[in-house]
Design a protein around this ligand. Structure first.
Ligand code: HEM
Length: 484
């Protein structure tokens, strides 16, 4: 048995790149040493791999193939999609949090929810979202908060922009999915973390910790005895479940019909556990992704005042005779879209994502896959590959995305393959919220840049933390000044 396991471990990596690996323990030592800088460690190994792929085997964890090769990415996400589901090791890690929600299921369960969720992202829904919910949240809440900050001489206009964006995104996703406003961005709520937002934070942090644990048995033991982080997770889930149960109960008893996702599911007679899990996945998907993307965008733009000036000019020009919150108007903000895309290339909200092979296979670059292997595609590393983006890959250059400019205005953007830039994933499981996310980010950023100048309070480069979704370590404290 031991010899068979040892042979399967195959301590010599198939790709010539990858960490030094030894019999039995595999690369456990180097993995442990690099556990706090996995993103850069992986990126470094990928950039010297001739195939842009490497293999990691370590004691206590399954064999993992990490790739930034677009042909491999296309293969696992589309061409041989059915062989690469999320798989039990993934779903088991997140089950206490996401249950059987779309994020955490495969096969028919996934396919059925995907069809239901798709309705929420029709052009009509996005139009309603942008002209009503989004506009109201930005104009009535976000902008007044920034105005008060700018006028507050006592703290020199300092706010944590990441915190504001997270509150904004949470309010919005709750309005879309539950038809309920948790009011996280109301001025009176800003002092303290909102209990439900906090419960989501705890759940996603503990589950990300489970996924990153050097030995997966460790969290299972803690769960068994309900101790430490697992105790916190249990409490957080209790709060989330009762919050959603209350909203469902309210909808059922008041027989209220609304445009939100939950009202539609209640009207369709969906089962309560199904609605709860679907909503949790939806909230999870929509809350931290856009806020992370906008936080990094403001950081990068503050470092590139020339880009900032051009952005302000683009927005001013377009909103001269058009209503900014209209879906059609937002489509015209092409330089802004290029900036957002470029910022997410360097700081993708979902830094990596893994699938688990159902059967033995061979990737297009020749890497052998065995049943049960974890196959990770890696947007963060892909955004930093010279082979994909050139030697200036670490520079923030929105020009990379622009194909046509006329009279100083961006007219058209390049179509970059989602397998080179899988920031929204790609193939059948590609993010269905992509368009809604762009609408949100464009409207929020456009509304801010034309009114305020945002500058970080610190010159120290911020740290990118990849939990389930990424964020900036310690928040993003900025000075807010009105533009005159
Ligand atoms: C910048 C913003 C966003 C980015 C970068 C992003 C990225 C992604 C990625 C990488 C996935 C695949 C994750 C996985 O399978 O584990 C995904 C899935 C998903 N996203 Fe997004 N997302 C964004 C915004 C949104 C928003 C605003 C919503 C909804 C309000 C949303 C809804 C979803 C849903 C429902 C899924 C699950 C799709 C499935 O499994 O079939 N996303 N997103």
């Amino acid at each position: 048995m031991f010899i068979r396991w040892k042979l399967r471990c195959d301590w010599k990596p198939l790709s010539s790149a990858g960490p030094a690996s030894y019999p039995v323990i595999g690369c456990l030592v180097s993995f442990y040493k690099n556990r706090h800088r996995l993103l850069d460690w992986y990126t470094g190994m990928l950039s010297v791999s001739p195939t842009q792929t490497f293999v990691i085997s370590r004691f206590g964890a399954r064999r993992t193939i990490v790739t930034s090769n677009p042909r491999n990415v296309e293969y696992i996400l589309k061409r041989n999609f059915s062989n690469y589901p999320k798989g039990k090791p993934f779903t088991e890690t997140l089950e206490d949090f996401l249950g059987k929600g779309i994020f955490n299921v495969d096969g028919d369960l996934w396919y059925n929810q995907r069809k239901i969720v798709a309705h929420e992202f029709s052009a009509q829904s996005i139009r309603y979202y942008s002209e009503n919910l989004l506009k109201e949240e930005v104009e009535k809440k976000l902008i007044p908060v920034l105005e008060s900050a700018a006028d507050n001489v006592d703290n020199m206009g300092v706010v944590d922009l990441q915190d504001l964006f997270r509150r904004l995104a949470f309010d919005l996703v709750c309005k879309v999915s539950l038809g309920f406003d948790p009011c996280c961005l109301d001025e009176c709520s800003l002092e303290a973390p909102h209990p439900i937002m906090e419960a989501f934070d705890v759940a996603s942090e503990v589950c990300a910790g489970r996924g990153a644990a050097p030995l997966s048995a460790s969290w299972k033991v803690k769960r068994l005895f309900a101790i430490g982080s697992e105790k916190r997770l249990k409490e957080a889930m209790g709060r989330i479940h009762s919050f959603i149960a209350d909203v469902i109960h309210d909808k059922k008893t008041k027989n209220s019909s609304g445009d939100d996702f939950l009202s539609k599911m209640v009207a369709d007679g969906e089962e309560e556990g199904f609605m709860r899990d679907t909503i949790i996945s939806f909230i999870m998907a929509g809350r931290d992704t856009t806020s992370a993307a906008m936080t990094w965008l403001f950081y990068l733009v503050s470092r590139h005042p020339d880009v900032e000036d051009r952005l302000v000019r683009e927005v001013e020009f377009i909103k001269k005779d058009k209503e900014l919150s209209k879906y059609e108007t937002l489509k015209e903000l092409k330089l802004l879209k290029a900036c957002i895309s470029e910022s997410m290339r360097l700081f993708p909200p979902v830094a990596w994502d893994s699938k688990h092979a159902i059967a033995d296979d061979l990737l297009p670059d020749g890497t052998q896959i065995r049943t049960g292997d974890r196959v990770t595609y890696f947007p963060y590393g892909m955004g930093r590959m010279a082979s994909l983006w050139g030697e200036d890959r670490l520079d923030f250059k929105p020009e990379r995305w622009i194909s046509e400019t006329e009279g100083g205005r961006v007219q058209a953007l390049k179509n970059i393959s989602p397998y080179i830039y899988p920031v929204f994933q790609a193939g059948p499981r590609a993010c269905p919220g992509r368009e809604m996310a762009f609408v949100q980010m464009k409207y929020v950023v456009a509304s801010i840049v034309t009114r305020f100048r945002i500058r970080p309070t610190s010159m120290v480069p911020p740290v990118f933390v990849p939990l389930l979704t990424a964020h900036m370590a310690g928040g993003f404290n900025v000075f807010v000044c009105r533009r005159h």
